[in-house]
Design a protein around this ligand. Structure first.
Ligand code: HEM
Length: 291
């Protein structure tokens, strides 16, 4: 009998703790904490944090994402004050809080009640543009889509998956989703290559004057790359680009990626075959005029 009471009492305290950790009680908790002596306050904070983590765990156990059909999502366009939902990459978000954007009078109402993923990067808000197909976009567009997804995950409530293009009837990723993920990985790897390339061959400073033509020059900060060397301007024939661009090239130390100076001539990247001296420019000049 006694044992039963203890269990009941523990459950009651546990239930109250989780209940009080709901966001609704934040102002009351803060007001209570402010009145406590400093020493007790830290115990109180620990207790609240413990309760919150229980709540997250409970949410994790009890929240299984709903699977929406297209017809179901179509109901949530915000007409007559109803909720507004939109889907991006097959994930459905409750965007009612952003009614001014997505409601009937909002500039982005086209996104409401459907998955218009493609338009997030093309800006084509016509019915032909508000579609799910993202199979043939430019690589950087996949990074754009990922950015939008991060935005909705953070700013709005995720409510479930849309069955069809990106998820199948069991909520598993479809081939279209796999293809998107492959393109996204490719885009990230390209971006990383571009960043490495910009660090190795930072773009030059440049100015143009009618009487003198273009002047390229290097400094410890050019092309947005800060470094401890200045370098000399060279034409850089970047793989995959039609025209060369001006790059500042390191003139001392081993070539990039080859740390063993003993095997090299201490000329930095100057001997890289993708580089060419500008006509009329001194090989060691930090500034070059190009007519
Ligand atoms: C691909 C093109 C574009 C897309 C997909 C897009 C999408 C969006 C979306 C979804 C929102 C609402 C964000 C939220 O829920 O808070 C938004 C807000 C906004 N957009 Fe765009 N947009 C595009 C282009 C533009 C352009 C070109 C401009 C300006 C000339 C612009 C100006 C704004 C402004 C000012 C807001 C915020 C309004 C506010 O917070 O009150 N957008 N955009």
């Amino acid at each position: 009998m006694m044992c039963g009471k203890v269990i009941f009492f523990s459950c009651l305290v546990g239930f109250l703790a989780v209940f009080l950790s709901l966001d609704f009680f934040i102002p009351y908790r803060e007001a209570a904490a402010a009145k406590l002596p400093l020493k007790l306050k830290s115990y109180f904070d620990d207790f609240v944090n413990l309760c919150s983590s229980h709540l997250e765990f409970l949410k994790y156990l009890t929240f299984s994402p709903k699977l929406f059909s297209k017809t179901e999502v179509k109901r949530f366009t915000g007409v007559d004050g109803d909720s507004v939902y939109l889907a991006l990459l097959g994930r459905v978000y409750d965007v009612t809080r952003g009614r001014k954007h997505y409601g009937p009078d909002g500039g982005y109402h086209g996104f409401a009640g459907q998955d218009g993923t493609r338009a997030f990067v093309t800006g084509d808000f016509t019915p032909d543009g508000l579609i799910e197909d993202v199979s043939d976009l430019q690589l950087e567009d996949y990074l754009g889509l990922q950015g939008w997804q991060q935005f909705y995950e953070k700013d709005y409530k995720y409510v479930g998956k849309l069955v069809g293009h990106f998820y199948d009837k069991d909520g598993n990723p479809t081939e279209a989703m796999n293809q998107y993920l492959i393109k996204l990985a490719e885009a990230k790897s390209e971006k990383k290559k571009d960043q490495d390339d910009a660090r190795r061959f930072p773009p030059c400073n440049s100015e143009w004057r009618q009487d003198e033509g273009t002047r390229f020059w290097c400094s410890t900060l050019s092309g947005g790359v800060e470094r401890d060397w200045v370098g000399v301007p060279r034409q850089y024939f970047q793989p995959g680009r039609t025209y060369p661009r001006c790059a500042c090239v390191r003139t001392t130390g081993p070539p990039s990626g080859q740390d063993d100076l003993a095997l090299h001539d201490n000329r930095g990247d100057l001997d890289n075959p993708k580089l060419k001296l500008y006509d009329g420019c001194e090989p060691t000049a930090e500034s070059c005029h190009v007519p």
